[in-house]
Design a protein around this ligand. Structure first.
Ligand SMILES: Nc1nc2c(ncn2[C@@H]2O[C@H](COP(=O)(O)OP(=O)(O)OP(=O)(O)O)[C@@H](O)[C@H]2O)c(=O)[nH]1
Ligand SMILES: [Mg+2]
Length: 445
C-alpha cells in the first residue's frame, strides 16, 4: 500500500531526558536523507546531526527500519532526540516542510494493521497495554499482544471451518454419506469441542474485559459538604479549591489516583442545589454527567446537618443507585471514623483533620478484581465479548439442528459463528470500526 509519510512525537508531553519522533512512509531514506549529516542504514542506530541550511536542530540517534521489516510495514525512522519539546517540535516542523504530515491518533498502528503486520485484536492490545491501569492488566495486554487471544480464537475458527466443509459435503452429496447415526455422532463431537473452546475463551475474555476497565468514582453532594476537601486528602495535595463558600467547585474535575498500584479515576464535582447562577447551573449539569459516567458514587453529607430531604431528592432525581454515603465533618459531632456496612454503606470521616479518609481508599480497593491466573487472560474489550456471545448463541442452537437433521440450518449458524469470530480478528472490518478503534489511541502509536 502506497501512503504519504506521517510523523509524530511518540513520547509523553513535556520535558524529559530523551524524546522520540517517529516517521512512517515509503522511501523515507530518499525523502529525508538530506536532513541527516550521516547516511542511515537499515536497523542500525546512527549518531547524526539533523542539520539544514547550517542550522543544527539536534544531535540525535536515528534508526531506519526499511520496509517491510518495521512496525508499520512501511519504512520507519525513529529519531531519539534530547527531550526538550522545543527541539522536538522544531524537528516536526522541519519534517512537515519536507513532505511529511502530522499523524492522526493511532495512525502508525492502523497502518500496521492495514499492512497485515498485526491482526485487529493485537492492534487494540497495543493501545490497552499503554493505558493498562495495573500490573495484571499489563500482563493480560501482553498476552493478547503475544497472540494468545488470536491463537485461541483461531483454533475455534479452524474447527468451524472444517465442520463447515464437512456440512457442505453432506448437504451437496447426501448419497455419499455415512449412516445418519455416524454423521450425527461425528458432528456432535465437533460441536461439543467448539462449545468447550468457546466457553473457555468467553470466561477469560469477560475477566479480561473487567481488567481493562479503569474504574471511576464521583464525589457528589450538596455544596459545602466537603467533597473537594476529601478529594484533596485522597490525592494528598491541594488539587481542588476548598473554601467555606458554598458553590466553590464549578466544574467536574477528574484526577487519577493510584491505590495499591492500581489507577482509578476520581471526580470532584460541583455541589448540587437549586440556583439561578448560570455558571453554577452548568457545573451542576456536569455533576450529573459525572454520575452517569461513574462506576460508583461517594455521596458526601455534612454530618452536622444530616441526610435531609434535599439529599434524598438528589439521590432520587439523579437516579443514584450504586453509592456509599460519606458523612464528613465528624469532628463537629465528636464521632469516631468508621464504616457501617449496609445498603447503602456509611463512611464516617473528617477531611479537615484527615481522619478516616483511608476508609474510602479501602472501599475502592474492595472493588479490585483479584485474578488468580493472569497468565490465562487476555485484555479483551466489549467488542470481543459481544462477538464471542454472538458466536456462542449460534453454536448453542446446533445440537437441536443436529438431532432434527437440519444440516442446512446448522451450516448457516456455523457460517454466522464464523463471521462473528473473524470480526474479532478484524477480517473484513468496516471503516467506522477502524476509526472508532484507532481514534482512541495516543498520537505517535
Ligand atoms: N469542620 C470541618 N470542616 C470541613 C471538613 N471538611 C471540609 N470542611 C470545610 O467545609 C467547607 C467546604 O469544603 P469543600 O471541600 O470546599 O466542600 P465542597 O463540597 O467541595 O463544596 P462545593 O465545591 O461548594 O460544592 C470548607 O470551609 C472546609 O474547610 C471537616 O471534616 N470538618
Ligand atoms: Mg468543591
Amino acid at each position: 500500500m502506497k501512503s504519504n509519510a506521517i510523523c509524530a512525537i511518540a513520547t509523553a508531553k513535556g520535558s524529559s531526558a530523551l524524546g522520540v519522533i517517529r516517521i512512517s512512509g515509503d522511501n523515507l531514506d530518499s525523502l529525508l536523507s538530506h536532513i541527516f549529516t550521516k547516511k542511515l542504514s537499515d536497523r542500525r542506530a546512527v549518531l547524526t546531526n539533523i542539520k539544514v541550511n547550517n542550522v543544527i536542530y539536534d544531535n540525535c540517534i536515528v534508526i531506519l527500519y526499511c520496509a517491510p521489516r518495521s512496525y508499520t510495514g512501511e519504512d520507519v525512522i525513529e529519531i531519539i532526540t534530547h527531550g526538550n519539546p522545543v527541539i522536538m517540535h522544531s524537528i516536526i516542523e522541519l519534517l512537515c516542510k519536507n513532505g511529511v504530515s502530522n499523524a492522526a491518533p493511532g495512525e502508525f498502528t492502523e497502518r500496521a494493521f492495514l499492512n497485515n503486520k498485526m491482526s485487529l485484536e493485537k492492534a487494540e492490545a497495543v493501545s490497552d497495554l499503554i493505558s493498562a491501569s495495573d500490573i495484571q492488566a499489563v500482563r493480560a495486554a501482553q498476552n493478547s499482544l503475544c497472540g494468545k487471544f488470536y491463537d485461541e480464537v483461531n483454533e475455534v475458527l479452524s474447527c468451524i471451518v472444517s465442520l463447515r466443509a464437512e456440512l457442505e459435503t453432506i448437504i451437496n452429496f447426501p448419497e455419499d454419506d455415512d449412516t445418519p447415526d455416524l454423521i450425527i455422532k461425528k458432528i456432535t463431537e465437533q460441536v461439543e469441542r467448539i462449545t468447550l473452546l468457546l466457553d473457555n475463551i468467553l470466561i477469560n475474555s469477560k475477566e479480561g474485559r473487567s481488567l481493562n476497565h479503569k474504574r471511576t468514582y464521583a464525589f457528589i453532594g450538596k455544596p459545602n459538604s466537603g467533597k473537594s476537601s476529601i478529594v484533596n486528602c485522597l490525592l494528598r495535595e491541594d488539587a481542588s479549591i476548598v473554601t467555606s463558600i458554598a458553590g466553590t467547585t464549578r466544574d467536574s474535575i477528574e484526577y487519577e489516583l493510584s491505590i495499591n498500584n492500581k489507577i482509578v479515576t476520581i471526580v470532584d464535582t460541583a455541589g448540587i442545589r437549586a440556583t439561578q447562577d448560570k455558571v453554577e447551573i452548568e457545573g451542576i449539569e456536569r455533576s450529573i454527567k459525572a454520575v452517569l459516567k461513574a462506576d460508583k458514587i461517594f455521596y458526601v453529607v455534612d454530618v452536622s446537618r444530616g441526610l435531609d430531604k434535599d439529599d434524598h431528592a438528589i439521590l432520587k432525581n439523579y437516579n443514584i443507585t450504586n453509592y456509599d454515603i460519606v458523612f464528613n465533618k465528624i469532628d463537629l459531632e465528636g464521632l469516631e471514623p468508621r464504616v457501617i456496612r449496609k445498603s447503602p454503606s456509611e463512611i464516617y470521616l473528617s477531611a479537615i483533620n484527615n481522619i478516616g479518609v483511608d476508609l474510602i481508599r479501602d472501599r475502592v480497593e474492595e472493588d479490585f478484581i483479584q485474578v488468580e491466573k493472569v497468565e490465562d487472560l487476555y485484555l479483551a474489550r466489549s467488542r470481543h465479548v459481544d462477538h464471542l456471545i454472538d458466536a456462542k448463541e449460534c453454536i448453542n442452537r446446533c445440537p437441536s439442528h443436529i438431532s432434527d437433521c437440519k444440516y442446512d440450518i446448522l451450516a448457516e449458524d456455523m457460517r454466522n459463528a464464523h463471521i462473528a469470530l473473524s470480526s474479532i480478528l478484524g477480517q473484513n472490518p468496516t471503516e467506522e470500526l477502524l476509526n472508532e478503534i484507532f481514534m482512541s489511541f495516543c498520537i505517535g502509536k
